[in-house]
Write a protein that binds this ligand. Structure first.
Ligand SMILES: Cc1cc2nc3c(=O)[nH]c(=O)nc-3n(C[C@H](O)[C@H](O)[C@H](O)COP(=O)(O)OP(=O)(O)OC[C@H]3O[C@@H](n4cnc5c(N)ncnc54)[C@H](O)[C@@H]3O)c2cc1C
Length: 444
């Protein structure tokens, strides 16, 4: 981190070098000039050549991943929801013989479930407080069922246990092996990817900013607590070309992270390219999820395998009176009423990852943004591996995460080829491969 050159320094350096250059030509230095002065020119009115921006690091280039060190390839489907995350107490409690059961929904986190998880979990706990109060007034003992063992369900259960040590909490899921979840396959970068397009002109922008702020503070708390290795948390610099990246911009606009430093990128074939460096976090789901499960088991949270196909089944078969729906894309079946213009709001956005072994201790960076504006092609160096990703393709309704299809194979090839072209500095090839990826998936 200490090698990052902040924007203020680069501006100073630009001024200094501009001044030195002017001095060589026998012209007055620029430093200290009033802003209103006309820009100095070379004889004949030719504009000064702009000195190159300074490098973003002073300790040499960062090593590229070795693309031959393949570990595995995966494909999973992000639970994108039109209108953004659904986080609310369902206005219609479920009718049951023992009295009404309350459902709180927390699903539809798109490409940002890892990022939003802790903030949304805190908001879910607040909703639970109100329901618990209501149950107590009716002399009913609160008992909670969390459905889902992805990052959303596990962080909710963790925050519930932190708030109420004795509250009975059971986690249900169709598969208790967390490796089967979408969350486990995520890259793990703190950045609200894809989802911000649902909040651009929305009255809910402040709401999502609040969740992001709370998540960031929670992750920072883990980082500072000395537990970062246990939870898979690490600070990371994310390098991009000097392009727009709406996810990071949303964090900067909300005052959660600083504006990026700018300068030349620290990669051998991209060293002539101006870029940006954002400070963010890695929260590695392959470390985080098993850890949360182990901690919850230790704190008397029970785990049960169960598949739900309807709300009636939830009402009839669960003994709990507070149900927290963290089923991600599974909510499409459980909440058929969640529609907009006649279509279900949940839409699968398929993503592909190529996972590599690390072979150099200086592989501790994120490189993202791909080769053009708003692209999400990325290389994330994690604690134990390197993930290459960046595909976002519409999934048809029958796409399931268990199947790795021929299209998935082709898209993994494409993701890898894009990263290779990007790291080789061949941005035209990278862009043409991006276009090709759009043709590789049947769109509904
Ligand atoms: C390739 C890829 C990379 C990503 N990278 C990032 C990243 O870097 N940063 C980031 O913030 N986000 C990232 N994401 C997005 C993130 O993975 C998702 O937003 C997140 O996993 C959603 O979490 P979830 O807990 O809601 O869903 P899931 O992880 O899908 O969990 C859903 C749970 O519900 C259970 N369930 C579903 N239906 C039922 C049912 N009917 N009955 C019983 N149980 C049910 C499932 O078994 C599972 O346990 C990425 C996603 C992909 C695909």
């Amino acid at each position: 981190m200490s090698n990052l050159i902040p924007l203020a320094y680069s501006r100073r350096r630009l001024l200094r070098e501009g001044g030195l250059f002017a001095g060589c030509l026998g012209m007055p230095a620029l430093l200290g000039r009033a802003v209103a002065q006309p820009a100095p020119t070379l004889p004949g009115g030719i504009a000064f050549p702009t000195p190159p921006p300074p490098p973003l690091r002073t300790d040499g280039v960062l090593p590229n991943p070795d693309l031959t060190l393949l570990r595995s390839r995966v494909a999973r489907t992000r639970p994108h929801r039109k209108g953004g995350v659904r986080l609310e107490l369902d206005p219609e409690p479920l009718a049951a013989a023992s009295g009404p059961k309350y459902i709180i929904h927390n699903y539809g986190h798109s490409g940002a479930g890892i990022t939003l998880s802790w903030g949304c979990a805190a908001a879910t706990v607040s909703l639970c407080e109100d329901v618990i109060e209501r149950l107590k007034q009716a002399s009913r003992q609160p008992r909670v069922a969390v459905i889902g063992t992805g990052v959303v369900g596990l962080t909710v259960a963790t925050e519930l246990r932190a708030r109420w040590r004795q509250l009975p909490v059971t986690i249900y899921a169709k598969n208790l092996d967390v490796r089967a979840t979408t969350s486990y396959a995520a890259g793990g970068q703190f950045e609200p990817s894809i989802i911000m397009r649902e909040y651009q002109a929305s009255a809910d922008l402040e709401r999502v900013r609040g969740w992001l702020r709370q998540s960031y503070q929670r992750i920072k708390g883990i980082q500072l607590s000395g537990n970062r290795e246990k939870f898979g948390v690490a600070e990371r610099l994310n390098y991009t070309l000097d392009h727009q990246s709406s996810g990071f911009q949303a964090l900067v606009d909300a005052g959660i992270i600083d504006a990026p430093a700018t300068g030349l990128l620290p990669f051998s074939k991209l060293g002539e390219q101006p870029g940006r460096a954002y400070k963010t976090f890695l929260m590695n789901p392959t470390i985080l999820l098993p850890r949360l499960v182990a901690d919850l088991r230790e704190r008397d949270v029970r785990f049960r395998t169960k598949v739900f196909v309807s709300r009636e089944q939830i009402a009839n078969e669960l003994g709990e009176n507070i149900i927290i729906n963290c089923t991600g894309l599974g909510a499409k079946v459980l909440c058929p009423e969640d529609t907009l213009d006649g279509q279900h709001r949940l839409q699968g956005k398929r993503g592909h990852l190529v996972i590599l072994r690390k072979n150099n201790p200086r592989q501790f960076y994120f490189l993202s943004g791909g080769c053009s504006d708003e692209e999400i092609s990325y290389v994330f160096c994690r604690q134990n591996d390197i993930v290459i990703g960046g595909s976002v393709v519409n999934a048809s309704d029958d796409t399931d995460d268990e199947t790795f299809s021929e299209n998935d194979r082709a898209l993994c090839d494409n993701v890898q080829a894009k990263a290779e072209a990007f790291l080789a500095g061949n941005l035209d090839l990278c862009n043409s491969l991006m276009q090709k990826s759009h043709a590789l998936w049947p769109r509904p």
